[in-house]
Design a protein around this ligand. Structure first.
Ligand SMILES: [Zn+2]
Length: 322
């Protein structure tokens, strides 16, 4: 048996899988921020993946039809390369690995599963971009706080009749293999037992609606992010390459700077501060005198911020202080 599962826990999504596809127990655990797998899937360039998928399908079909061992190696190597592109493909790899191991055991059920696997692989080049479009439509109509509003439940119920979308371009939900089990200390949660890409998308979208989580395009990087905290959040906290600042930190700094530059008390303080800082270079005052002044100035600024003294009084203090 093969083994791959996915579940949500607090602000994270967790994938567990049997790396070799042979042990029937999870040996690898991957944690991503909530919704990261779906959002990064949305950003994939599917046309780049098509040649890889076609190569895999051609070899897989040879393997199923003729038991060709070279075709098996070719398919698994390429699936391994694909697995590094996205976590969805990692789980596809695990599933395929299991299929090719059990393929030698021939029976009706095995034959059917081989056929299903082949069909799934064959259809992926056409399905992946279709899923992306359906997810985008789901964002536009249900989850995006700027186009659909703050109530995913309300929007979802408006846009579906039973489990049929009213809009033909919208994501179609299906029954998915969900179980329920303890996932962490003293806590049980639904767990998806499937490596099918559409099941993982399905589970992610319905979880957003159930938990009332909206998405928005980040004001800094333009990518979508889940609003797991404040619904007014404008900057994302999505992973960035090492050494780079996250958008939320950049946003916080921008807002602070803007707030400060609009603040007349800060402006008055800043102007005097710069003037006196230049005096050090000119030899008019010493470092110590400057720092002693700036300490007193900050105290006065605080008084002004709290309304103990007026802006005029603060300005007068700045002009006359030594
Ligand atoms: Zn961002």
């Amino acid at each position: 048996m093969w083994y791959a599962k996915m579940y949500f826990s607090e602000g994270k999504e967790i994938f567990q899988y049997d790396a070799a596809g042979t042990q029937g127990v999870p040996s690898v655990q991957k944690e991503l921020p909530f919704l990261e797998s779906l959002l990064s899937f949305q950003e994939l360039d599917c046309s780049e993946l098509t040649p890889m998928l076609q190569y895999i399908t051609d070899n897989w079909s040879k393997l199923v039809a003729e038991g060709d061992m070279e075709a098996r190696t070719n398919a698994m190597m390429k699936l391994g390369a694909l697995a590094s592109v996205h976590i969805y493909f990692q789980l596809l790899y695990v599933h395929c690995y299991d299929r090719q191991v059990t393929m030698s055991i021939k029976n009706d059920r095995g034959n059917l599963e081989d056929q299903q696997m082949l069909d799934e692989l064959r259809r992926l080049p056409e399905l992946l971009p279709l899923y992306q479009k359906q997810i985008q439509r789901f964002f536009d109509l249900v989850l995006d706080v700027d186009t659909a509003g703050r109530e995913p439940q309300l929007q979802a119920s408006k846009n579906y009749t039973y489990d049929n979308p009213n809009d033909s371009g919208l994501f179609k939900f299906h029954p998915i293999p969900l179980s329920f089990e303890p996932v962490e200390y003293q806590k049980c949660s639904p767990v998806l037992y499937s490596a099918s890409i559409s099941d993982m998308i399905d589970y992610s979208l319905r979880s957003c609606v159930e938990r009332g989580i909206t998405v928005r395009r980040c004001k800094n990087c333009g990518r979508y992010f889940p609003q797991t905290g404040r619904v007014s959040a404008e900057y994302c906290e999505r992973p960035v390459p090492k050494g780079q600042q996250r958008c939320r930190e950049i946003g916080a700094l921008k807002q602070w700077t803007k707030k400060q530059s609009d603040d007349p008390v800060f402006k008055a303080y800043r102007k005097e501060y710069k003037k006196r800082f230049a005096w050090i270079k000119a030899g008019r005052i010493t470092d110590e005198e400057f720092y002693a002044w700036s300490e007193k100035a900050r105290e006065e600024k605080k008084k002004c911020d709290r309304g103990i003294i007026t802006l005029e009084e603060f300005k007068q203090w700045l002009a006359e202080s030594k």
